[in-house]
Write a new protein. Structure first.
Length: 159
């Protein structure tokens, strides 16, 4: 049996799990006058996530960091991302083959090679880029998530 193409695997995706720092942000930290940590998000990524939801594709934020970001399904302080993702998939009746993971650093490594489509952002750790099924053209925080959303939607004929 011939191996599935990336497009065929993207067509099967029903959930996208992504990191925050370095994926939805550029990985930089900004601090306000009172020491509060601020993060800059790209609105194009937000629109991409909204488009996935409109197409009934679940989205989840899975990060080691703890922050006050407000997104529908957020799992913070996660050191074993693979275990958490498996629980999410079971809860939604999905398989690893139906999951797309977007990452940038060593914490995302356990998911790569196990999920349907593993994506590294353009400025991800070189070892993660080497294990990725797809490396974005855009860097984390600069629209990389939107790029992946559009790929999934195009594979499903919804772009």
């Amino acid at each position: 049996m011939a191996a599935m193409t990336l497009r065929q695997r993207l067509r099967r995706i029903r959930m996208v799990a992504m990191d925050v720092d370095g994926v939805l942000t550029d990985g930089g930290m900004y601090y306000g006058a009172h020491g509060e940590a601020l993060k800059k998000f790209n609105t194009r990524d937000g629109e991409g996530i909204a488009r996935l939801r409109d197409a009934e594709i679940l989205t989840a934020i899975v990060t080691r960091e703890r922050t006050a970001i407000v997104i529908a399904e957020v799992h913070q302080g996660v050191h074993d991302k693979l275990a958490l993702v498996r629980r999410l998939l079971v809860a939604h009746g999905l398989t690893l083959a139906q999951l797309c993971c977007i990452g940038d650093d060593v914490g995302d490594m356990p998911l790569f090679g196990r999920v349907g489509v593993a994506v590294a952002v353009a400025d991800a750790l070189p070892s993660l880029r080497q294990r990725a099924d797809y490396v974005t053209l855009l860097k984390g925080g600069e629209g990389a998530v939107r790029e992946v959303c559009e790929l999934i939607l195009a594979a499903r004929g919804a772009a």
